[in-house]
Design a protein around this ligand. Structure first.
Ligand code: HMG
Length: 445
């Protein structure tokens, strides 16, 4: 079976930056360490007043096409995943295609376009759609572009405000990909939940603490479902485990529970038994409450072992590097976690070709998806070509007052006219409203 997967990735961050410990925390009267140590976040990315989900997505896709030498004729499908859409009918992918047609000869009239919605897991679903389209042989030799793009803003003073972010990830899905092959095996954990939702409103209604429990429960189901087709997972099987990362502290919890699950009935559990005992088994307890308490004690002890710390430092911690600097990008979040992992391997000069990653996506409402990816021969060149550090370094740093203005500028219910803080340079920008209420865009040289 020919390999299908991700050939290339481009990341586009919003042009503004909010420093969480030094600017946001003092204004909120909070301890900076709640952000850096508790949530694990140092900064958030924000869009300038001329940026939005379309400009960030189109700018990422444009660089992707330029870098891979593609013309519109080479692309048979453009799918956008977002939970920040501003139109209930016309998909963001049509706006993105319209932008790209301004800078290319030819058009995308032949390309199938759509928009995927399921909170943050939607971009992984769109990658799946592209994978299936290629596997079914319906792509006529063409590639698919999948774009995850969001302005992940919360209402002011919502606890989620600390985890905001904005950016886009464009991925090229092809046969015989340069970066990673996606496994045919996948697992799901899906249930009707009301932990985080946006019922016809821009900013989410969130039950933050419960959302974390739902994330862990669905992720566990997805791992078990994946194991039912791919066999048991083991910590040594995966070079990296990129998770959906609303904030790194969430992944710290998921990583620990994942490790406990993977070492059950393995020689690692046996080795640790002298120090921390064996994992509690349900049949040894009279009721759920005492069993769950025993599990919590075991997990607390496990977190302190050298085995766990070393595994986490090598396999999970490196996936959080970009996220710490940009916040939650919703649909893009797991895809920047994968990119962080690959960059880590590049920086450490690891021989990653042929090694596997276990990728855990998640979207509130709620659904987790788990699949494996095998790193391909061309991964090093692809990582080298990404310019994410350059983009992060050139972000304009907001004062708290500017942050308040920019939040208003992107609030659909506030009529504000905010001056741009950065100067557009070779990029698509928002250019006002058309006669039918559509958003308009132009390319600035
Ligand atoms: P909060 O109440 O502001 O924060 O809300 P907290 O008091 O729970 O503190 C956070 C952590 O910092 C805790 O760590 C504190 O102990 C620690 P933990 O105990 O959990 O390990 N802390 C400190 N550490 C060191 N020094 C200090 C200090 N103070 C506190 N001084 C919450 C946190 C996550 C609830 C909030 O930010 C929120 O509502 N976020 C939005 C929802 C969210 O991100 N949920 C995550 C799972 S759902 C998901 O991932 C889906 C999502 O991406 C949406 C989608 O799918 O579309 C959100």
């Amino acid at each position: 079976m020919t390999a299908v997967g991700i050939d290339a990735i481009e990341i586009r961050t919003g042009r503004l930056k909010l420093d969480l410990p030094n600017t946001f925390a003092p204004a909120q009267g909070e301890d900076p360490e709640k952000y850096t140590k508790g949530l694990g976040l140092h900064a958030s990315s924000f869009p300038d007043s001329y940026e939005d989900i379309v400009t960030m997505g189109a700018n990422a896709a444009h660089r992707l096409m330029e870098r891979k030498g593609l013309t519109p004729e080479d692309v048979g499908r453009i799918d956008v995943a977002t939970e920040s859409a501003f139109d209930n009918s016309k998909p963001v992918s049509t706006y993105v295609a319209g932008c790209l047609e301004q800078v290319y000869d030819g058009d995308f009239h032949h390309a199938n376009k759509g928009e995927r919605k399921f909170a943050c897991v939607a971009a992984t679903q769109a990658v799946d759609d592209a994978y299936n389209w290629i596997r079914a042989g319906r792509n006529r030799g063409k590639a698919a572009i999948v774009i995850a793009t969001d302005t992940a803003l919360y209402a002011r003073d919502d606890p989620g405000e600390a985890t905001q972010g904005a950016g886009a990830v464009a991925m090229l899905i092809t046969e015989d990909p340069s970066l990673v092959e996606i496994s045919a095996e996948q697992g799901y954990g899906s249930a009707d939940e009301t932990d985080f939702l946006k019922p016809q409103q821009q900013f989410p209604s969130v039950d933050g603490k419960r959302s974390m429990q739902v994330y862990l429960a669905r992720m566990r189901e997805a791992v078990e479902d994946f194991e039912s087709v791919a066999g048991a997972t083991h910590p040594d099987d995966y070079a990296y485990i990129p998770y959906h990362t609303p904030f790194p502290g969430m992944v710290r919890k998921a990583g620990l529970l994942g490790y406990r699950h993977m070492i059950r009935d393995t020689s690692i559990e046996d080795e640790l038994a002298d120090d921390i005992g064996r994992q509690p088994r349900r049949e040894a307890f009279d009721d759920d409450e005492t069993y769950e308490e025993a599990i919590r004690d075991y997990v607390d002890a496990l977190a302190e072992t050298d085995q766990y710390k070393q595994w986490y430092a090598a396999t999970v911690e490196p996936t959080l590097e970009i996220s710490r600097k940009v916040g939650n990008w919703y649909t893009g979040s797991v895809h920047i976690a994968r990119a962080s992992a690959l960059r880590d391997a590049y920086d450490k000069d690891l021989d990653l070709e042929g090694q596997r990653m276990l990728v855990g996506s998640y979207g509130s409402g709620a659904q987790a998806e788990v699949h494996a990816e095998t790193v391909r021969e061309g991964w090093r060149e692809e990582v080298e070509a990404m310019n994410v550090d350059e983009q992060l370094d050139r972000r304009y740093e907001l004062s708290f007052e500017e942050y308040e203005e920019i939040h208003d500028a992107h609030n659909h219910d506030v009529d504000s006219d905010v001056e741009e803080l950065t100067t557009p340079d070779s990029e698509f920008v928002f250019d006002g409203w058309g006669r039918m209420g559509e958003r308009q865009y132009r390319y600035v040289e």
